[in-house]
Design a protein around this ligand. Structure first.
Ligand SMILES: [Zn+2]
Length: 658
């Protein structure tokens, strides 16, 4: 392969920082043994590039084989989470260009990591760069001149994460070699990435499942005569759909990744998957999610085509885009970035479900020449784990270099998307979403509002009653309006008169109602979560058949308000919302509002006075002039000494003397 870019590489040295005080500078040479094995395990020269067909040897920083006792991409071997994490910690202890920290643990207590790789000067100022992206993420109060100063000072951040899907085993291995290469190699191409960007790496997203996969795979390698165990269920609670959790955020891995995103605001978040030959670079077929800023759609295309071109120029075959996945649903891991005004993207490389080398025969649909796949994969090829590493690592390095060399543009786009999200209330609407104070299901309402806050969305509470002249209910959302418009247009075509639109009545929003303003940085995400989807029948079949109108899904009232006057109403920004609950009065029987709030299930199981005798009573006014409320009579059967003094879990207890 082309080695000209390596000219002078091995004569170059780099100086260790004072933190890593060595009296002599560290030297670089060719890691001949490692390089030899890369060549040996790469099945075809057109599955490699000059970026990855060798590895330098540093006199200071241990290469992956020192720790793993094999090269990255070696056949028939995979590494456990603890060993991969240990290598990243070793790198950080030996290189001034690497920092590592924990981002939390899995359900089973396995650690998830982030490693930051950049040059020494950038890592010394890493907190300042984090501050800059946080400012650009929330540009309220930032003048244009100050924003431009921050962009000029800032560094774009590229966050690569591996193996959310446990049978896809190449990326945790590849990311170790990538981190080492980024830390030690001194070609102008890699120096540029270190100088003009910060790379974050999370080697394994699904750590529990990864270790189960390594167990199953290595067991079979040790006992090839026995029938292999299938990896039936890999995550602690969820397997493949751990990559559909980023609206609900119910898994530890989703919470850890979301929190890390909100701490760092990476410009790009890149998930590494393995399924289709040989390297699919995500842009999707569309329809694209209608709530995203259209700038990000261009960014997906621009980044994908840069990498396709660079790989194709080097003679690598089977690198393509478009014809897989759509870009519609916002619940993938990469959606964390797209939903918060950054760029979320992914690769699919060809995996072998482990580190086997196998002859792979492809079906005609995978090898056909298409406008989006002018250089298609071959019908039959020998494919190795190292081929997979070469493809992932080369392409993502081109992506990282693209971000670094166009850092100002990408940071400016991020700022622009954030600014336009704040302007959305006035430029696109709606003005706000309101959760009325008189919702009969306050616990579910609070749970949904807390979920929005977990996602970084601000929630306010109205201090006084507000009358809105032309409010629209959630049922009259943007999608429906579009549908109505189309229907009207169809009717006009046939000469029929469109129905006269009914003017919505004045809406009264009680004091204490919660308001999600659309003049905040994550307005698009909130609008996306609460609005109704309209999936045009003209569009191709969706990649995931799913919907996500969370108000309707949780039976919580949401009101879409287009009247801008709501933005001037007196309201207070909320922290965590904890709806009131408790027991009023004395007696042996509790009256509980039977409002189908799902928390009622936990009341029954968490109460020490369990079991309860429950009796449903018909809806009727419980006090003069009060509304009829369906209720339950609940009589604890446990002795009075064990009865609850206060049922704080029950957020839905009716405050009523018994
Ligand atoms: Zn996957």
């Amino acid at each position: 392969m082309m080695r000209s870019l390596l000219g002078g590489l091995f004569s170059l040295c780099f100086l260790a920082s004072t933190t890593f005080a060595q009296s002599n500078p560290c030297s670089l040479s060719d890691h001949t043994e490692y390089t030899k094995k890369i060549k040996e395990f790469t099945t075809e020269s057109f599955f490699s590039t000059e970026l990855v067909d060798h590895l330098p040897l540093s006199s200071c920083v241990p290469a992956p084989d020192v720790s793993l006792h094999h090269i990255v991409g070696a056949p028939d071997v995979l590494d456990y989470t603890r060993d991969i994490n240990a290598y990243f910690r070793l790198l950080a202890s030996k290189s001034p260009r690497v920092k590592v920290w924990s981002i939390g643990t899995s359900e089973e207590g396995r650690e998830m990591l982030v490693a930051a790789v950049s040059n020494e000067a950038n890592l010394a100022k890493i907190d300042r760069y984090k501050e800059i992206t946080a400012h650009l993420a929330d540009p309220r109060g930032l003048s244009e001149a100050d924003a431009q100063k921050l962009i000029a000072e800032g560094k774009p951040i590229y966050w690569a994460d591996g193996s959310i899907h446990s049978p896809e085993t190449g990326s945790p291995e590849m990311l170790m070699e990538l981190a080492y290469r980024l830390a030690v190699e001194d070609t102008p191409f890699l120096q540029e990435i270190r100088r003009d960007a910060i790379v974050l790496i999370t080697p394994i997203v699904e750590t529990d499942g990864h270790d189960r996969m390594v167990d199953v795979y290595m067991q079979h390698k040790k006992h090839p005569d026995q029938h292999p165990y299938p990896l039936i269920w890999w995550g602690h609670y969820v397997s493949h759909d751990n990559n559909r959790d980023n609206l609900g955020v119910s898994l530890a891995l989703s919470r850890n990744m979301l929190k890390t995103y909100l701490d760092w605001h990476p410009t790009v978040m890149h998930d590494l998957h393995e399924s289709v030959p040989y390297l699919y670079i995500m842009t999707g077929t569309g329809p694209y999610n209608a709530w995203l800023d259209p700038i990000v759609i261009s960014e997906w295309q621009e980044m994908a085509y840069h990498e396709i071109e660079e790989m194709t120029k080097r003679g690598v075959i089977g690198v393509w885009t478009h014809g897989f996945y759509d870009g519609w649903a916002p619940n993938y891991l990469l959606s964390i970035a797209n939903n918060h005004n950054s760029i979320g993207r992914f690769y699919e490389t060809f995996g072998n479900g482990g580190a086997d080398t196998r002859v792979r025969t492809l079906r005609p649909p995978d090898t056909s020449r298409e406008w989006y796949r002018p250089n298609p994969p071959l019908p039959k090829v020998k494919w190795s784990a190292r081929d997979n590493i070469n493809m992932q690592e080369s392409a993502i390095l081109f992506g990282m270099n693209n971000l670094a060399s166009n850092g100002q543009k990408f940071l400016n786009n991020f700022y622009l998307k954030s600014k336009r999200a704040v302007a959305k209330a006035r430029t696109e609407g709606p003005a706000a979403w309101v959760f009325p104070a008189d919702d009969p299901r306050p616990a579910e309402q609070a749970s949904l509002l807390n979920l929005l806050q977990l996602q970084g969305v601000e929630v306010h509470r109205l201090e006084k009653e507000l009358r809105i002249p032309a409010a629209q209910s959630a049922q009259e959302s943007a999608g429906d309006k579009e549908k109505d418009k189309e229907k009207s247009a169809e009717k006009s075509d046939t000469g029929a008169k469109p129905k006269e639109e009914k003017k919505p009545a004045e809406a009264v929003l009680p004091a204490g109602s919660y308001v999600v303003r659309m003049d905040q940085p994550y307005s698009r995400l909130a609008d996306m979560m609460l609005d109704t989807q309209y999936y045009s029948p003209r569009d191709p079949r969706s990649y995931d058949d799913t919907g996500w109108t969370l108000g309707a899904l949780r039976n919580v009232k949401t009101t879409r308000v287009t009247d801008l006057s709501i933005l001037s109403a007196a309201m207070q920004k909320m922290g965590r919302i904890d709806p009131p609950g408790g027991i009023d009065g004395q007696g042996k029987t509790f009256v509980i509002q039977h409002n189908t709030d799902s928390i009622l299930a936990s009341l029954r199981f968490r109460s020490p006075a369990f079991p309860w005798k429950l009796r449903k009573i018909p809806s009727k006014p419980m006090a003069p002039n009060s509304k009829p409320v369906p209720s339950l009579f609940a009589t604890p059967t446990a002795p009075s000494s064990k009865r609850p003094r206060r049922i704080s879990e029950s957020k839905s207890i009716l405050r009523m003397p018994l």
